[in-house]
Write a protein of this length. Structure first.
Length: 417
């Protein structure tokens, strides 16, 4: 297992380009199952989760060729319809093969994902929506056995605006007979990216990016030719890094509209953020102001930035109240930050963060993807040396993160444990 060693306190300077978005690339790759032909996906980040979905689709019979950030899929000969437990438990986004397989082949056997560090994360709404489209789904020995002669359009109201649920149902509805209406749908930019790609494949979709999406089913789709949007969470992570170190960095490739809630809160905290063409200029303040955040589905403050923002608030000038409204257990990073001298008290889904003058370097352990990113941010700002262990969590969602930070002047390296 690798660990990352950071000598903190260096102010970050210079430019960095964000990679393609993991949470857009994953559903887009699953969407290639919807039709045969040669699919070409560009700007796909090189991440562990992308390796996992490549293995999964290959096991279903797809032929995949990767060259850097180019990801080509030939889904002509899909001859297996099973997403096994040992794959799904390592990456829950594997359940996104359910909708496409059902829509195109009328069958799928997908393991229930099981628990996750940040919460139970059930997929009951995916199942409920697919059944509304006419699928018959039985649970057998931890697997969902799904069948459908032909999916037919339906009006589906989602109890919560689930991102994955919206994506699964959006993909399934493209080939269903008739119209599907998704109400209380997720509005995340990754949904809009997927919808644009599906429309490019010949799907008829209106309203993506709003809470009501209309899909008119078509008989068949054409191969995908698309470029993945930039990763807004990676961009946000770099913005917080600059804010913590009185840094002055330029982030290229980010889409500021995807980050409005975060930018508003960073500005409240005293961070200077300017848009210069497709570059975001971020300058950290001499003193960070403490601000409160509540995570919400898009366009609210993103839950995937909660841990990173908490890292910033550990050095705020006052008290910050951070409320996590999306997942029930997404404070795993708190006890690790406390080891570095952070003053944080948890009360249910709320964390009270009293700013301290400076964090102190220490050995810490990552528990999930965004928690590991927040610990790297703490290490970059802390005095002395921080060791972040179990960085395989980081490798799931950040491409060459330590290399990018090194280019910005950080004293950071990766070593084998
Ligand atoms: C996606 O997960 C992202 N993952 C997550 O990013 C992100 O945190 C999350 O959306 C919220 O924005 C990918 O896109 C691959 P949800 P997803 O379904 O789709 C409940 C990261 O760090 N729910 O919107 O699994 C669920 O329990 C990862 O990159 C149900 O109750 O999230 C949760 O409380 C972490 N029933 C809430 O909805 C369901 O059927 C949001 O989950 C589905 C979800």
């Amino acid at each position: 297992m690798d660990k990352i060693i950071i000598k903190g306190g260096k102010s970050l300077k210079g430019s960095v380009r964000v990679s393609g978005a993991k949470n857009s690339a994953l559903p887009l790759i699953c969407a290639t199952l919807l039709t045969s032909g040669a699919h070409r996906l560009k700007n796909v980040p090189s991440l562990k989760d992308i390796d996992t979905v490549e293995k999964l689709l290959t096991s279903l019979g797809a032929v995949i060729v990767r060259d850097g950030h180019l990801f080509e899929v030939d889904a002509n000969n899909i001859n297996c319809f099973e997403a096994p437990y040992d794959v799904v438990r390592t990456m829950r986004a594997s359940v996104l093969v359910l909708g496409p397989l059902l829509a195109r082949y009328g069958r799928a056997k997908v393991s229930l994902p099981g628990g996750c560090a940040i919460g139970a994360r059930p997929i009951n709404l995916h199942i409920k929506g697919l059944e509304a489209l006419g699928a018959e789904i039985e649970l057998e020995q931890g697997y969902l056995n799904a069948r459908a002669k032909k999916l037919r359009g339906a009006r589906i109201h989602l109890d919560v605006p689930t991102v994955g649920g919206t994506e699964n149902l959006l993909m399934a509805a493209t080939l269903a007979k008739g119209e599907t209406i998704l109400e209380n749908a997720a509005c995340e930019p990754e949904i809009t990216d997927l919808a644009y790609a599906l429309i490019g494949m010949g799907a008829r979709i209106e309203g993506a990016g709003t809470d009501t999406i209309h899909i008119q089913g078509v008989d068949e789709l054409y191969p995908l030719e698309f470029s993945v949007m930039p990763d807004r969470i990676e961009a946000g992570t770099f913005m917080v890094a600059a804010a913590m170190n009185r840094g002055d960095i330029r982030i290229s490739g980010a889409v500021s509209e995807h980050l409005d809630a975060l930018i508003a809160k960073l500005r409240e905290a005293g961070v200077e953020i300017k848009e210069e063409d497709d570059v975001l200029r971020v300058k950290g303040p001499r003193k960070v102001e403490s601000v409160n955040i509540k995570t919400r589905p898009f366009p609210g403050f993103p839950t995937d930035m909660q841990a990173q923002f908490m890292a910033l608030m550990t050095m705020g000038r006052g008290t910050s109240v951070i409320t996590e409204n999306v997942f029930e257990n997404r404070f795993m990073h708190v006890c690790e930050m406390q080891r570095m001298g952070a003053n944080i008290t948890i009360d249910g889904n709320t964390a009270i963060v009293q700013g301290v003058k400076r964090l102190k370097g220490a050995p810490v352990m990552a528990t999930d993807l965004r928690a590991s990113a927040s610990l790297v941010l703490c290490g970059l700002a802390a005095e002395n040396t921080t060791e972040v262990k179990r960085v395989y969590h980081l490798d799931r969602g950040y491409e060459n993160l330590e290399e990018k930070f090194r280019q910005l002047g950080a004293d950071i390296c990766r070593v084998q444990e």
